[in-house]
Design a protein around this ligand. Structure first.
Ligand code: GRF
Length: 212
């Protein structure tokens, strides 16, 4: 079976990239990472890619034709799906349109709550009892777009931003590979701006409600 060719865009530490690398290492996983691109030359995630023998390169966002180069590089590599994994640039409408429904992102909140930066600080300030993470298709508006899958994480009384972030990140590392599997298996479709998943009952409930 041909595996779905994935490009991963990063800007930093790349722990979600690592989770995707480890998932793709399983012989029966239906996707493979063809290329990792960072907009930051010193992103630790680039070393993770190289250590796994995956092509990795930097394309600076200061490059005046940044998105054109990004797009061309992904296409030359035969990438079929782009995963944003801690990619800290807002992609322009042209790039988003070019990869429409083939561009996904992971965000550390239960969207549409707390899009953008400082997610955990705002979640704690709002006093929410449950937070989590969301994988969604990318649209021109930041952290909007059809929601594919979410996982819920409790917010505890003595949480700091750091503790909450760590609790959510551990779940992100399971949720993103699961989403990639669902897409690669052809089980994810967008209908009327909402996502339908085929055979949702096969998704382990402990992935979606890990505290429950
Ligand atoms: C994650 O929390 C992700 O949800 C957000 O940026 C962070 C990236 O972390 N978009 P890492 O680089 O994958 O470790």
């Amino acid at each position: 079976m041909a595996r779905l060719k994935v490009g991963v865009l990063i800007s930093g530490r790349g722990s979600n990239l690592q989770a995707l690398i480890e998932a793709c290492a399983a012989p029966d996983f239906p996707a493979e990472i063809a290329l990792v691109i960072s907009n930051q030359p010193d992103a630790a995630g680039l070393d993770r890619a190289k250590a796994a023998g995956i092509a990795a390169r930097t394309i600076s966002h200061r490059d005046p034709v940044f998105e054109t180069t990004l797009n061309a590089t992904l296409r030359e590599t035969g990438v079929e799906l782009v995963c944003l994994a801690g990619f800290m640039r807002i992609l322009g409408d042209g790039f988003v349109a070019a990869w429409s429904d083939r561009l996904i992102n992971i965000h550390p909140s239960l969207l549409p709550a707390f899009p953008g930066l400082d997610t955990h600080r705002r979640a704690l300030a709002a006093g929410v009892r449950i937070s989590g993470c969301t994988v969604h298709f990318v649209r021109p508006t930041v952290d909007a777009g059809p929601i594919i899958i979410q996982a819920a994480v409790p917010v505890l009384g003595d949480d700091t931003e750091r503790r909450l972030a760590a609790r959510i990140l551990a779940v992100e590392h399971r949720l993103y590979p699961m989403t990639l599997r669902l897409i690669a298996e052809g089980r994810v479709t967008i209908l009327g701006g909402r996502v339908e998943i085929a055979r949702p009952g096969e998704i382990p409930p402990e992935l979606i409600y890990p505290g429950g």
